[in-house]
Write a protein that binds this ligand. Structure first.
Ligand SMILES: [Zn+2]
Ligand SMILES: [Zn+2]
Length: 73
């Protein structure tokens, strides 16, 4: 994750969130946003016990554009 691209403090706080009880952020109910290094995507985790997430195009708090997904590369 490239720190300079993080759009706002709320997003930064979210992405830096680490939970003792849930080493996997997908398991943690406090995590609203996760960064997927594979595609360089920011997304909303889907609680299906897997690692899926919904790609976000815009910051949910301030509406800033998020980086394009690298999924198509
Ligand atoms: Zn933001
Ligand atoms: Zn947790």
């Amino acid at each position: 994750m490239d720190e300079d691209r993080i759009c706002c403090d709320l997003m930064r706080t979210q992405l830096k969130h680490r939970c003792e009880q849930h080493p996997n952020p997908h398991d943690c109910p406090d995590v609203l946003v996760i960064h997927s290094p594979r595609f360089d995507e920011y997304g909303i985790p889907i609680r299906d016990a897997g690692a899926s997430s919904m790609f976000m195009r815009f910051c949910p708090w301030y509406g800033a554009s998020m980086p394009e997904s690298k999924r198509d590369l």
